[in-house]
Design a protein around this ligand. Structure first.
Ligand code: NAI
Length: 331
């Protein structure tokens, strides 16, 4: 099959080339367009900056399969694909354990004073005075959202011997018994958790899910961790809660200004940085400079294994199509 692959970094090109030897594969570093789509291509592999339009499909009229290396697929004209009997597959999961691990990386960095400890030793002082931390064992973790990532976080928390409370408007039947936690209402979770961690989607219902109102009764001295989406927390309200000591610390992988991000892989693309002044806005964000806040640059998903899983699933999607048994289809 002749396959045109778009938007790959060099290592991804090598990874795919090695695993798609039986096919004729053309790599194009740019995004897909009518001018660079091979007229005889039978399959396209793209990322979200490549618009798979009617016009492109008219030029490449032999295309039978489109694989996107992303979870979302709104860059693909699904109707146009249906009309042409083109199968479209995506990558539904790749980073559940990865984001959960980063959640604990942030939490442990806070609980064990890792940043000041390392800075002190690098500065030539080998002395633990003032760097005392606190145990996770016995602290109650409040998990907001018990989907793919939330449930990994719960499993990890249980192995730290933490009691877990969780809130999800769509509780998963039996999951609480299976993993050993309790579903409670959001207000109860906030009032009783030593650490609150967010793992729900950002949408019009979850905008500023944590706000001045409910941060006013969050458990005194709670830690807030956010590896989901920045818009879930009203940053100004969080800052007030930090200043008043109601929240003792925060670990954030995402900030409010990032609302335009649809999915994580986007932030690694060279095309991403062409999007206005997000970088500057994020850097200037006042939370970044707060002494009791640690911020990572939307990096929770960014592990070698997670990125390889995207490629592996894309390859499986292609093999499924070739076998006549397409998987992870979206149309
Ligand atoms: P998922 O779809 O598997 O789970 C989301 C869960 O949130 C579902 O159980 C859903 O019922 C629940 N939910 C929906 N509305 C809610 C509400 N108002 N309050 C509480 N729970 C609610 O999603 P997944 O894969 O676990 O991802 C969770 C979040 O993590 C997403 O927002 C995603 O964008 C973000 N994410 C962040 C990454 C990073 O690198 N920082 C990487 C991957 C995902």
């Amino acid at each position: 099959m002749k396959i045109a692959v778009y938007e790959c970094e060099d290592w991804q090109e090598e990874y795919l080339r090695d695993r798609l030897e039986e096919h004729e594969v053309v790599f194009i570093h740019d995004t897909l367009s009518v001018t660079n789509v091979p007229a005889d291509a039978e399959a396209l592999i793209v990322f979200i900056w490549s618009q798979v339009t009617k016009e492109v499909l008219d030029v490449a009229s032999n295309v039978r399969f489109v694989a996107t290396m992303s979870t979302g697929f709104d860059h693909i004209d699904i109707e146009a694909c249906k009309e042409r009997n083109i199968v479209v597959s995506s990558v539904p999961f790749y980073g559940e354990n990865t984001v959960a691990e980063h959640t604990f990386a942030l939490l442990l960095t806070i609980s064990r004073n890792i940043l000041p400890s390392v800075q002190r030793v690098k500065g030539g002082t080998f002395n633990p005075q003032g760097l005392r931390g606190w145990d996770l064992k016995g602290k109650t973790l409040g998990v907001i959202g018990t989907g793919s990532i939330g449930r990994h976080v719960i499993k990890m928390a249980r192995s730290f011997e933490m009691p877990v409370l969780a809130f999800d408007p769509f509780p998963k039947e039996g999951l609480d018994n299976e993993l050993g936690f309790s579903y409670v209402g959001l207000d109860h979770l906030l009032a009783h958790s030593d650490i609150v961690t967010l793992h729900c989607p950002y949408n019009e219902h979850t905008h500023h899910l944590l706000n001045d109102h409910n941060l006013s009764f969050i458990k005194q001295g709670a830690v807030v961790i956010n590896t989901a989406r920045g818009g879930l927390i009203d940053s100004a309200a969080l800052l007030r809660a930090l200043q008043e000591g109601r929240v003792s610390a925060a670990g954030l992988d995402v900030l409010e200004e990032e609302a335009s991000i649809r999915e994580e892989y986007q932030v690694l693309s060279p095309h991403f940085h062409q999007q206005g002044n997000l970088h500057r806005v994020v850097l200037e964000h006042v939370l970044i400079h707060h002494p009791r806040v640690i911020v990572t640059p939307h990096n929770a998903f960014n592990s070698i294994e997670a990125l390889e899983r995207i490629l592996d699933t894309t390859i499986e999607n292609l093999h499924g199509f070739v076998r006549g048994q397409p998987i992870n289809t979206v149309n």
